[in-house]
Write a protein that binds this ligand. Structure first.
Ligand code: CA
Ligand code: CA
Length: 418
């Protein structure tokens, strides 16, 4: 397809998007409503469902981690090629204070550190967020040392096909992830977004490696510390998000698990749990410092006893009423992660109907999703957007911005490698 044709498609897509904007409804209690003296952000492009725009936000969870070892540049680049809007680095610190992308500060499960005899004596046991963890920890390695390691598949029994990529990729720094995003475009031609998560912020404060300051500095260095930047910063803790609300203008997302409590509250002796955060009053409080909530799937639609999907709770509606976007996690194609009725077989590692699961959650009002399978997520999002737009003849009439880009995405991102 020629550049001109792509441009025309994109313009057509934008024009279509403009016609889809629904009447703006008042959003009460949102961040910026007279709190903290920070400039009020625009609510003008929220629609009636609380959407910031008309598109479903597809987040490549740890990259395209269903297909490549998670949190590698290869995993992020593949997520971009598969039409993710955002890539998601989880952030931990090295001994010399550099932010790198790993799901945990313990790296025995996601790198070949155990195969490096020179680091054998770094193996140790620590208490992280109240739980004993044994292994090797990023905060005990300088960046130079960490760079001698190579990533490997975290769940090889579930995703054996990904083990062929073991040993190929280094642990990326946040700077590298931001460079990749800044040098890429989404399938519909927009800047690729980044959705960093601060991991164990109370713990990292306790070892003198606070995460928030270097994160905000990196965003600023990359020209991303502004309100309209394609950035969300997420955390399972609350105090660091309140702090970030004073440090940066980018959007913030409170993560909420189906059980347990934010560790900063536990450490402070505060008895509030995640369940308290998602009551209507709890959500209004979250909206004082955050722009969205990242909800575990079961918070939105709990499972029945037979592991089929039950009825949606009111949490999505309540969050929208508080002015919060709702992004759900984690959408994965293997049977073990799917509700019983969408599994393909009794094999927990078999591939079930992830698209159908995503559709059910989008129909329930979810605005975006974290997925290990951005190709399936983007296709489901496109189908949902089309259905909402009433394009019943979508098969003939190519109104989908996502597939216009998909055809040439491979060319644009070749340099990033797979
Ligand atoms: Ca994460
Ligand atoms: Ca901190």
């Amino acid at each position: 397809m020629s550049t001109k044709t792509r441009t025309l498609r994109r313009v057509a897509g934008l024009a279509l998007a403009a016609t889809l904007l629904l009447p703006v409804t008042a959003v009460a209690g949102g961040r910026g409503d007279g709190h903290g003296g920070r400039p009020s952000h625009s609510h003008s492009n929220y629609d009636a469902r609380g959407h910031r725009d008309d598109d479903v936000t597809v987040i490549g969870h740890r990259g395209a981690s269903g297909y490549r070892p998670e949190h590698t540049l290869a995993a992020y680049a593949l997520a971009i090629r598969q039409c993710a809007d955002y890539i998601e680095p989880d952030l931990v610190a090295t001994k010399d204070g550099v932010l790198v992308a790993r799901h945990e500060n313990e790296i025995g499960g996601t790198t070949d550190v155990a195969d490096h005899p020179q680091f054998a004596d770094r193996r140790t046991t620590k208490v992280i967020d109240g739980a004993e963890v044994t292994g090797w920890f990023t905060e005990d390695f300088t960046l130079a040392e960490l760079r001698t390691l190579r990533a490997k598949e975290r769940i090889p029994e579930t995703r054996p096909q990904n083990t062929r990529f073991d040993g190929r990729y280094r642990v990326p720094t946040l700077d590298e992830v931001l460079d990749l995003a800044r040098g890429s475009r989404t399938c519909d031609g927009r800047p690729v977004g980044v959705y960093p998560e601060t991991k164990h912020p109370t713990y990292f404060d306790s070892v003198g490696l606070s995460l928030e300051e270097p994160l905000v500095a990196a965003l600023r260095d990359h020209g991303l510390d502004h309100r309209r930047a394609p950035v969300y910063v997420q955390s399972f803790e609350t105090a660091n998000l309140r702090q970030l609300d004073r440090m940066t203008r980018v959007r913030l997302v409170q993560l909420v698990a189906a059980t347990g409590a934010p560790y900063d509250l536990v450490a402070a002796g505060d008895e509030r749990t995640y369940a308290d955060l998602v009551t209507p009053a709890g959500l209004r409080e979250v909206a004082r410092y955050a722009d969205g909530v990242g909800l575990e799937k079961n918070v939105m639609i709990p499972r029945e006893e037979d592991d089929t999907l039950g009825e949606p709770t009111t949490v999505i509606r309540d969050a929208h009423r508080a002015g919060l976007e709702v992004h759900g996690w984690t959408f994965r194609r293997e049977n073990q992660f799917l509700p019983a009725e969408l599994r393909s077989s009794a094999d927990p590692n078999g591939v079930g109907d992830l698209a159908a699961e995503i559709r059910i959650f989008l129909d329930a009002g979810m605005d975006g999703l974290f997925t290990d399978n951005p190709d399936i997520g983007a296709a489901a999002a496109r189908d949902f957007e089309r259905a909402r737009a009433g394009h019943h003849d979508a098969g003939k009439h190519d109104a989908g911005k996502r597939d216009a880009g998909k055809r040439d995405a491979g060319h644009r991102h070749e340099a990033a490698g797979g």
